[in-house]
Structures are given as C-alpha cells and as structure tokens.
Design a protein around this ligand. Structure first.
Ligand code: ADP
Ligand code: GLC
Length: 487
C-alpha cells in the first residue's frame, strides 16, 4: 500500500474553476485500484469546510502564516480530505484565487505557501500514525512543497510535481522570501529564484523528485520556447525526470446512460436519442429548429482557449449552415464579441455567460460538435467529455488535444478510426476552414454517426493513466515492479 497526499488548490465536487479540480477529484478513486491510498490536502475555503463530514482536528499550527491554523481530517465529496482551517487565509467566499474585483488576492503567495508548507509538515510526520510515502503536488499553488522538502528538515516522502498549466507560475517579489519559512540554502542554490523574484512553480520543477504533465505532447512542447513560458531551459535540464501522463475522466459521473443532468439518456447504440437533449438546448439558447450542425463551447473564455478566434469566425460558421452555443465567462472582449454575434444572428447563435455545471452536461449530451480551438492545451477535458457523449470534438492540434482526437481525414474515415476534426495551426484561417470541413462531414450522415460511435467507444477513463501514476510512485519508492514497461 502506498500513501499519497494530493496537494491541490481545488478538487471537484468541492471547489472547481477548471480541469485541475476534475483531475484531483477523480484520480484518488482510480488509484485505489492500484493499492494507492490518497488523502487530499485542500485550503479550508468555506466550500471545503462546509462539505467536510466527520471532520476532526488532527493537528494545530498556532503560528500559521500570520494567524492560527489547524488541520481537520474528514470525508467530503467522496474524497478523504485534510482541510487547512486557517480563516485569516482561506475564509473568503467565491473563487479560490480572486476577490470580487476579479483580481488576485494580494496575499495569494501566503495562502499557497501555507498550503505547500502544511503538506511538507504532513510529510514530516505532523499527523499521528500517518507517514505518507509521496507528496503529489499540483500546479504552482503546491510548488513550494518540494522546495521545503529539499531545503528544510528532510522527510522520507518523495515528491511529484504535476504541471497542469505552465502559464500559471506563481511569481512574486523577492521581498517575500523571509516570510516563506524556507531555509536560506534555497536562495543560495538558486532553487526558487526566478527572473529576480520568486517562482513557486519553478521551485517545484527544480526540486521535485519527479515531474509530470498531463499529456505526452505537452511534455514535449514545454521543453521548447514556444510553449515553455520561460521554464523550457529548466525542463530541458530535468528532462529525464519529466513524463506526460494523459488525464482521464470520471466515467461514472460522465455517463450518458445514467447522467441525471440530461433530459434523455442514450448509448452508442441509441445515439438518435440525443435529439431530446438537443431540443432542450435549442430552447435554452434560443435557437431555431432549422437543420445544420450545432457547434458548442464550454470553457473559460481566454486567449489560451483561442475563443477570440471563434468570435472572428462566428459569421462564417453561420454562413456554413451551422449554429453556435457558448457557455462560459472570462475576458470581457471575448464575452462582448460573443454577445455581439448572438445579437447579429438570432436563432443561430446563443451565449450563456457564466459557470453552470449541469448545463455543461446537457451541452455534451445534445450539441453536435464540441469546439476547442486552443492555442495551447496541456490536456483538455471537454474534448474527452465530448468523445464520451458523442459530441464530436473539433480541436486544434496542440497538447492533449493532439493526443486524444483522431482527425477525420479521408484515410481515417475510410479506416473507420476517426473520432473528430483536428486542425493546425491555431489560426483564424485554419479554424474557419475546419468549421467548413466539419459542416461538410456533418452532412454525410453515415460517416458522422460512425465517428460519434467510435468516439463514444474510445477509452477516456482513468484506468491506464492511474496505473502510470502508480508505477511512477513505486519507481520513486524503489519498490519492485516488473521493471521495464515500454512507457
Ligand atoms: P481548463 O482547466 O484549462 O479550464 P479543461 O478542459 O481541462 O480546461 O477543464 C475545464 C473544466 O471546466 C471542464 O470540466 C469543463 O466542463 C468545466 N467548465 C469550463 N467552463 C465551464 C462553464 N462555464 N460552466 C461549467 N463548466 C465549465
Ligand atoms: C489545466 C489545463 C487543461 C488540463 C487541466 C487538468 O487547467 O489548462 O488543459 O486539462 O489543467 O489537467
């Protein structure tokens, strides 16, 4: 049995702003099948404290980054949770990172140094009768944990640093150094210094025993300047420690045969039943019932996701006979652009601004196409939900999108292996052409249906990838395993 602390700033269904939460929420159950027990360390935001069942105090930290802190252990959202109850840092409603003004909380460095430090303390044996083998750190918010382990008193726990998105790095002024409680050697050995300041993700990438990211292609991409966002040099140096392990999805929560958020259930043998969901969607988004493919987006509306390009091609999409529905929020310019497109094309384009988990399921279960035209995409989950739900993904050929969707070129269509439409490069012109190509494919009923069915049958579960994480833990711990697998 291997004991792992998953150190994360979000976990579905307790607190979620994106795919990170889906991963940290679903991976523990998948790892259980491989003799790995996971406890999830989370900041005690109101949503976490409120969901904690049977919480009991397992440690006190009287001087915890400017106030009193304690650790509570309990169940929550199907997970074994250790919550950091430190109201001066985490007792704030809403989004975990930004205040009501949509700006980062000014003390985020302290909030997530706290998360990282608590993980390190647990690794050192802070909890009675609990000695984790591995501290699995997710994204920059947990990036200091491996640095504490490397420079403060040693632990026997190994550290894994997983990059979900290298665009978010946790960069701060050097002046916070003295308040981080990290040994001075961290400064001397250049481990946390980053362009004159401090980099939380950099610290983790420099010091963790193993590095992973969430798809094989992204693992290659971030070693180069086009995607490495300044960290490519360090990743080249540590390349032998870096692997890409593809995300899976929770196939029980996301199952079109049982999903309670759908109007109509269906399987790959009854895809025509999706019509009920499609109709409900058309109503919700104010679309007319003229024929033609219904393109959809469920996303943060940001430059990463390429949705400014979608604004530019919305008119062409409608001209190609398509309709478009978008659920999301983010950059004001993209929001305004989409609202404008909806005004120009009543009955053809619908935009719901906001975050709505149940509606996201209905979209996957009813729309024809899941559009993900990202400029970069570490893994991406919405295309995986799309595959599982027969909502054919149209994606750019980057990161995990390239690793999960098989393009419907004629050879792939002929061979019956296509699962979606893949385009490159991520430009307005290529997106426009991909939308036209998709509309043409949609017109070929049999081909389209086959593609949907093929997607629905593809394995998007956690099974294979959970095994890879389990193997990685075992390798780090020097545990025997039938050595060379070919991954
Ligand atoms: P990222 O983490 O970069 O935002 P992913 O594709 O990995 O991208 O994960 C996004 C997750 O957030 C998915 O579960 C998606 O369904 C969900 N999501 C994004 N925007 C919304 C929204 N507006 N309403 C509901 N769910 C959303
Ligand atoms: C990040 C990435 C996304 C990935 C998710 C979960 O938010 O942007 O591509 O799927 O993390 O790993």
């Amino acid at each position: 049995m291997i004991d792992v602390v998953s150190v994360a700033s979000e976990a579905h269904p307790l607190i979620k702003t994106g795919g990170l939460a889906d991963v940290t929420g679903a991976l523990p159950a998948a790892l259980a099948a491989h003799d790995v027990t996971v406890r999830t360390l989370l900041p005690g935001y109101p949503a976490v404290m409120g969901a904690l069942e049977g919480g009991r105090v397992v440690a006190e930290m009287p001087d915890f980054f400017g106030g009193f802190g304690r650790l509570l252990a309990g169940r929550g959202g199907g997970l074994d949770i250790i919550a950091i109850d430190a109201p001066h840092l985490y007792d704030r409603p809403g989004n975990p990172y930004v205040g009501p003004d949509r700006k980062d909380w000014p003390d985020n460095w302290k909030r997530f140094a706290g998360l990282s430090f608590a993980a390190y303390e647990i690794g050192r044996g802070l909890l009675e009768n609990y000695r984790p083998d591995v501290l699995h750190c997710h994204d920059w918010q947990a990036g200091l944990t491996p640095a504490y382990v490397a420079f403060n008193a040693p632990t026997r726990a190994k550290t894994v640093m997983t990059v979900h998105n290298i665009a978010f790095q946790g960069r701060y002024e050097w002046s916070i150094f003295n308040d981080l409680r990290i040994d001075f050697r961290a400064a001397q050995e250049n481990a946390i210094e980053y362009f004159g300041g401090i980099g939380f993700l950099k610290a983790g990438l420099q010091t963790a025993d193993a590095l992973t990211t969430v798809s094989p292609t992204y693992a290659l991409e971030i070693k180069g300047p086009a995607y490495g966002m300044g960290l490519e040099g360090l990743l080249q140096v540590r390349a032998e420690h870096l692997t890409g392990i593809l995300n899976g999805i929770d196939i029980h929560e996301w199952d079109p045969m049982t999903d309670l958020k759908l109007v109509q259930h269906y399987s790959h043998n009854s895809i025509e039943q999706r019509a009920g969901n499609r109709q409900a969607l058309a109503q919700r988004f104010g679309l007319d019932d003229a024929p033609g493919p219904m393109f959809s987006v469920v996303s943060r509306l940001t430059w990463q996701k390429g949705l400014d390009m979608l604004v530019e091609v919305a008119d062409d999409l409608v001209a190609a006979g398509g309709k478009l529905i978008v659920l999301g929020s983010g950059d004001a310019e993209i929001e305004n652009g989409l609202a404008g497109a909806a005004m120009r094309h009543p009955g053809k384009v619908g935009f719901v601004r906001g975050y709505d988990e149940p509606l996201s399921h209905l979209i996957q279960g009813g729309a024809d196409v899941m559009l993900v035209p990202s400029r970069f995409e570490p893994c991406g989950l919405t295309q995986l939900y799309g595959l599982r739900y027969g909502c054919v993904p149209l994606v750019s050929r980057v990161g995990g999108l390239a690793d999960t969707v098989i393009d419907a070129n004629e050879a792939a269509v002929e061979a019956g292996v296509a699962t979606g439409i893949v385009f490159a490069p991520a430009t307005v012109e290529a997106l426009r052409e991909a939308i036209r190509r998709t509309a043409r494919l949609y017109g070929r009923d049999k081909v389209w249906r086959k593609m949907q069915r093929r997607g629905m049958k593809s394995d998007v579960s956690w099974e294979l990838s959970a095994e890879k994480y389990a193997k990685l833990y075992r390798r780090l711990l020097g545990m025997n395993e039938n050595a060379d697998s070919n991954d």
